[in-house]
Design a protein around this ligand. Structure first.
Ligand SMILES: *Cc1c(COP(=O)(O)O)cnc(C)c1O
Length: 471
């Protein structure tokens, strides 16, 4: 499988290079040159298969022979053995034709673990094979950072630097980044919001000399491998409810358009999906774009669902590239306009395509709280504030098609918010007993690219360590 950049001028790459590169050199994002499809018989065969086996079936056509099948199988098995539920991502019914897909049974209680556990193993495998080290950088609005630090804890080939917005993540989220202690793990508290952190990570990638010198690699959802790994649970959940013989609908709490784009990929690969609904909090750039055809950033508003406090949805570029008929020039032009004036217009044909592909709705803070209370009252199920955005967005869907809400975080990740909304203080699973008392390790840095690059340069062992031996 070859990959092309959405901006059209970076070289075509294979899966391994895309995995290492993260962002394309022309500033674009990589997408498969052609979409592989799975036949209805193949999809039907997923019924009853363990999660890690479905992961290999879904990944293999996307990796396109780059990594031997038995290696992928071993990695998937080990990645998903870190989950605290035998089904990995169980479905829970909360109403007639209404289901919650629990994606939060991984080590950091958020759906990011599903992709990150696999990504760290893939990266370690490729780096070891090449006798190379890498500097992994990532921005987090709360959950990516903990998932990355946890996933890379036992890898050997990468130094990891995670930028998070100072004071804007929950205590549990911060501690998941700051309590693991190892010389190759670095949590950086940046004086800014998530969009600043994401912009500084993009700056590092666009500074080509820095990028090459430090062998920069990314773990944000701009890294294609993360999207690829997330496609699995759409197949697993749909097949459990009767796909491919019966259609299902998904409602996805999204910020960076990563998770919902993975749903779109599942659809492109042949999964029959009736409706995909984008759910956001008050940071509603995506629902506004679906309604008006104008993509326009506004100030980020802090909410009770901080992992979705985002106004620049990076992965939307991948979708636009597809829906424009792969018009790289048109995408480059729109992204330049976004950088310059904070907005661009989709135009009539792409707006129509967007409306056909997605429904969208935002939930404000009082709607999120009311939804959490309502679902708790009606069925004794506690939704976290991110998942509540999905429940609110799909509250009025009433069709014969099963509706699957993606539960992206465990409520115990946001204990203060949950307590103020419901009066209930959700307990952390016992395996996280020491999280709230272990000592923290972090560095506070200004929102300044020179300061951040200087820190990364000083701490990365790419420039100092001897290369690791081949496997
Ligand atoms: C990251 C995150 C999201 C948004 O995911 P996208 O990839 O931006 O769609 C939603 N909920 C939680 C809990 C998250 O951690």
């Amino acid at each position: 499988m070859r990959y092309v950049s959405t901006r059209g001028t970076a070289p075509e790459l294979g899966f391994e290079e895309v995995l290492l590169a993260g962002l394309a050199r022309d500033g674009g994002l990589y997408v498969p040159k052609t979409w592989p499809t799975l036949s209805p018989a193949t999809i039907a065969g997923f019924a009853g298969m363990p999660f890690h086996q479905v992961a290999v079936e879904v990944l293999e056509p996307l990796t396109g022979g780059a990594i031997p099948r038995d290696v992928q199988a071993e990695m998937a098995k080990s990645a998903y053995s870190t989950f605290g539920h035998p089904a990995v991502t169980p479905l829970v019914q909360i109403g007639p034709n209404r289901f919650v897909l629990e994606l939060f049974h991984g080590p950091t209680l958020a759906f990011k673990d599903v992709a990150m556990q696999l990504l760290a193993r893939l990266l370690d495998y490729v780096l070891t094979k090449r006798g190379r080290r890498a500097t992994v950088v990532g921005a987090t609005s709360g959950d990516t950072g903990g998932a990355a630090i946890e996933a890379f804890r036992s890898t050997r080939c990468a130094d990891v630097f995670i930028l998070f917005p100072h004071g804007r993540v929950s205590d549990v989220q911060r501690r998941m980044m700051t309590t693991p202690s190892a010389p190759h793990l670095h949590a950086l508290s940046i004086e800014g919001d998530f969009d600043d952190c994401q912009a500084r990570v993009k700056d590092m990638f666009n500074h080509l000399a820095f990028r090459d010198r430090l062998h920069l690699s990314g773990v944000n959802s701009i890294n294609w491998a993360r999207i690829a790994a997330q496609v699995t649970y759409y197949f697993v959940a749909a097949v459990a409810l009767g796909a491919p013989h019966r259609k299902v609908s998904f409602t996805v709490p999204t910020g960076n358009f990563g998770d919902i784009f993975a749903a779109h990929v599942a659809r492109r690969m042949g999964l029959p999906i009736e409706r995909l609904t984008i759910a956001t909090n008050s940071n509603d750039i995506l629902p506004r774009t679906v309604a008006t055809g104008v993509y326009e950033t506004r100030r980020v508003v802090p909410t009770s669902s901080p992992s979705m406090d985002i106004q620049v949805s990076s992965n939307f570029e991948r979708y636009l590239y597809e829906s424009s008929g792969r018009d790289a020039q048109g995408i480059t032009h729109r992204m330049a306009s976004l950088k310059q004036s904070g907005r661009f217009e989709l135009g009539a044909p792409m707006t129509a395509a967007l409306k056909a592909d997605f429904a969208a709705a935002s939930a404000d803070e009082s709607t999120i709280a009311a939804t959490i209370r309502q679902v708790w009252h009606d069925c004794g199920y506690l939704l976290d504030p991110h998942t509540a955005c999905a429940a609110a967005a799909s509250a009025h869907n009433s069709s014969a098609t099963p509706e699957i809400l993606l539960a992206t975080a465990h409520p115990a990740k946001f204990p203060d918010t949950m307590k103020s909304i419901t009066g209930i203080h959700p307990a952390l699973p016992p395996r996280l007993d020491r999280l709230l008392t272990d000592p923290e390790h972090m560095t506070r840095l200004p929102n300044d690219i020179a300061a951040i690059e200087a820190f990364v340069t000083a701490r990365s062992s790419v420039l100092t360590a001897a290369p690791v031996g081949g496997r």
